[in-house]
Design a protein around this ligand. Structure first.
Ligand code: FAD
Ligand code: SIN
Length: 532
């Protein structure tokens, strides 16, 4: 058993930025499911949105965020997060993050879809890697932070589950050491859940292997409310690689910042098509662009559309987007002279554990920041580059509230917690079948719960997921727990929560589009679910 003042599950930007601040007040343990840099944070390309230019204003950033969110953002939350951005950028600079600068010493600001102004701070096209590396180095150097890789949180431990009659609260987590196979108890009265998104429930995604919705479903199983899971954002421009043997080859992102610098979407005949869908053309918000590409692919029968940036001067792409330039060259496309073949892929989960702007969930002691939380910032569709911003602002506010409401006494230290009970069945000989279940979940979500949905498709998905879930509970969960079994259990529940939320929405809004009801209803409402 290990005890710390703060337990952080996740080593992305949300988890690490929280850990660095919390370490000034007590001991912090940070758990990471794989290695520390296997995260969406480390893959982030475009940058972090913040109002840093005299020509821009908080009001304009708020208006763009609300517009993208399609009537479902919490305006007060949007305002708070956007206004606190500059202070958090200063903190990032203090932790050593290097953003690109202009020669006159001002930030070099990029533009992305849905933003009326240039307001994206970036480090070339590997902003997330720069942020993650610098935060990780600062965390390694901090004497109050213990960083542990290859630790997979399985479930939260709560007082109610242990028969307490007082207010339910979180006590820590059961955690698998995937190198040894042991399950340990990590105790803490203050848990920061920062496990990232859910992209891996789909076959084609920009997300890393860790994005299996773990934090969301752990919180759900512990009794916390979740909301808005139907709003899965598909990024319009992922590299299309017809030679790819599996989904791994199809996941490379072509940053929206390329369109921000003038990249234009074209059909196979070289003609622009976005003017048919939105006056902002290639820089319309992502839900609109992804649906337009999907619709053009269906109309033309072509397996992809194209992003054209060939009009830029020679050398521009290699200088501004070196990672994209090199990666495309490796795939055989010289972006300075050829159009880039692209398709939409699952990219971002706008829903998650329902929290306030301080990341506080409905379960005492459980805070959530980053992609696994749902504060109300993104509504029905996230504005580009607002995610890294949410990670750093919400994790900061969460610590302030924890310090006020959960004094650093270890009042629950004596609460007895039973050891994890391993399943009694011995070694499995059926790994292949387990992978078939995983594939079935991902194929079901890709076929039935993608960019365009119908009630009938959602029903079919729900029925398939119910069967897989029954199989997991009756069969796999009786074996010694392994990372594969944990992932399968979590993606199946994550997928079911997405389908359940989607089935409750009898309209089309933002990222949820159903052919059965293609318009918005007049009254905007979040889809909130409680596991009771
Ligand atoms: P992550 O960074 O995903 O970190 C999750 C952490 O949780 C990982 O360390 C993982 O190991 C750990 N974890 C998960 N499950 C468990 C478990 N069971 N036990 C222990 N640990 C666990 N957003 C922007 O704002 N700007 C961008 O330019 C941008 N570009 C993007 C590009 C790509 C390719 C992708 C995929 C996303 C991009 N996004 C961008 C979105 C943004 O990067 C993510 O939403 C954000 O980084 C999420 O941060 P996080 O800390 O919540 O989660
Ligand atoms: C991108 O660079 O296109 C990703 C930005 C984001 O997801 O916010």
């Amino acid at each position: 058993m290990q005890t710390s003042d703060f337990l952080v599950i996740g080593s992305g930007v949300a988890g690490l930025s929280f850990a660095l601040r919390a370490a000034e007040h007590g001991s912090v343990t940070v758990l990471s499911k794989c290695n520390f840099l296997e995260s969406s944070s480390a893959k982030a390309q475009g940058g972090i949105a913040a109002v840093m230019d005299a020509d821009d204003s908080f009001e304009e950033h708020v208006a763009d965020t609300l517009d993208a969110g399609a009537g479902l953002c919490d305006e007060a939350v949007v305002r708070q997060i956007i206004q606190e951005a500059p202070a958090c950028i200063k903190e990032l600079l203090n932790w050593g993050v290097d953003f690109d600068m202009e020669e006159d010493g001002q930030f070099c600001l990029g533009r992305e879809g849905g933003h009326g102004k240039r307001r994206i701070l970036h480090a070339k096209d590997t902003t997330g890697l720069e942020m993650s590396r610098k935060l990780l180095a600062a965390a390694h150097a901090h004497p109050n932070i213990a960083l542990l890789e290859h630790r997979v949180a399985i479930d939260l431990i709560t007082s109610a589950k242990l028969g307490s009659v007082t207010q339910d609260r979180v006590l820590g987590a059961y955690v698998l050491n995937s190198l040894t196979g042991d399950v340990d108890i990590f105790r803490s009265d203050r848990v920061m859940m920062a496990t990232g998104g859910t992209g891996r429930v789909y076959m084609y995604t920009t997300n890393p292997t860790t994005a299996t919705g773990d934090g969301i479903v752990m919180a759900w199983r512990a009794g916390a409310s979740i909301s808005n899971m139907e709003f899965v954002q598909f990024h319009p421009t992922t590299f299309f690689n017809p030679q790819a043997k599996n989904s791994e080859g199809l996941t490379f992102l072509i940053s929206e910042a390329v369109r921000g610098e003038g990249g234009v979407l074209r059909g196979p005949d070289g003609e622009e098509f976005m003017q048919k869908y939105d006056p902002r053309k290639s820089l319309a918000p992502r839900d609109i662009v992804a649906r337009a590409i999907n619709s053009e692919m269906l109309r033309t029968g072509h397996p992809c559309m194209y992003l054209d940036i060939t009009h830029k001067p020679e050398g521009f792409m290699a200088e501004r987007f070196p990672c994209i330039y090199e990666t495309c060259l490796n795939y055989g496309i010289d972006v300075e002279h050829q159009m880039i073949p692209i398709v939409p892929s699952a990219h971002y989960q706008c829903g998650g554990v329902q929290t306030d702007v301080n990341g506080q969930s409905s379960l005492r002691g459980l805070f959530v920041a980053g992609e696994s939380g749902c504060t109300g910032l993104h509504g029905a569709n996230r504005l580009a580059s607002n995610s890294l911003l949410e990670c750093v602002v919400v994790s900061k506010r969460a610590l302030s509230l924890m310090l006020c409401n959960l004094p650093l006494t270890r009042e629950l230290e004596d609460f007895p917690i039973p050891e994890w009970v391993q399943g009694e069945k011995a070694e499995r000989d059926d790994l292949a079948i387990l992978y078939h279940c995983w594939d079935e979940v991902r194929r079901t979500m890709t076929d039935y719960v993608s960019i365009v949905r119908t009630h009938h498709r959602l029903q079919r998905a729900a029925s398939r997921l119910r069967n897989i879930s029954r199989e997991i509970n009756e069969y796999y969960w009786g074996y010694r727990v392994t990372p594969d079994i944990i992932d399968l259990r979590n993606i199946t529940l994550t997928a079911s929560l997405i389908v359940d939320c989607a089935s409750r929405r009898s309209e089309s809004r933002g990222l949820h589009y159903t052919l059965d009801a293609p318009d918005k209803l007049n009254q905007a409402r979040a889809s909130i679910m409680r596991n009771i």
